[in-house]
Design a protein around this ligand. Structure first.
Ligand code: FES
Length: 116
């Protein structure tokens, strides 16, 4: 599927538990299954550039970074219920499910948003 990368099988994902996938030696993403829906995002927290989002906690369709507990929307990557203008944003990626396979929109190389 052009522009997408195959990350894992749907059955490999556990509800509300992050799955870490390395795109390259220097870039990885986090994938979560929450209430049957699958979300993909950068694994590097934009707050302190720590690659720990896959270890985050799920709360109300948000992921809480386990380092300082910044809260990002699984859908938009925005902090809490705010727009990106009020805080740092976690890049999120489109997900397509083809049969049992999870395909994620291929991110740009190391995309960070330092606007906070
Ligand atoms: S590194 Fe994620 S909240 Fe600080």
């Amino acid at each position: 599927m052009k522009g997408y990368i195959k990350v894992c099988g749907v059955s490999e994902l556990e509800e509300k538990k992050g799955f870490r996938y390395f795109i390259s030696e220097t870039q990885d993403i986090a994938v979560f299954k929450v209430e049957g829906r699958i979300y993909a995002m950068d694994n590097v927290c934009p707050h302190n550039h720590t690659p720990k989002i896959h270890l985050g906690f799920i709360e109300d369709k948000h992921v809480l970074c386990p380092v300082h507990f910044f809260k990002f929307s699984l859908q938009s990557g925005f902090q809490g219920n705010q727009s990106s203008a009020s805080g740092c944003t976690l890049p999120v990626y489109k997900v397509e499910i083809i049969e049992d396979e999870v395909w994620v929109e291929k991110p740009e190389e190391n995309t960070f948003n330092f606007d906070f």
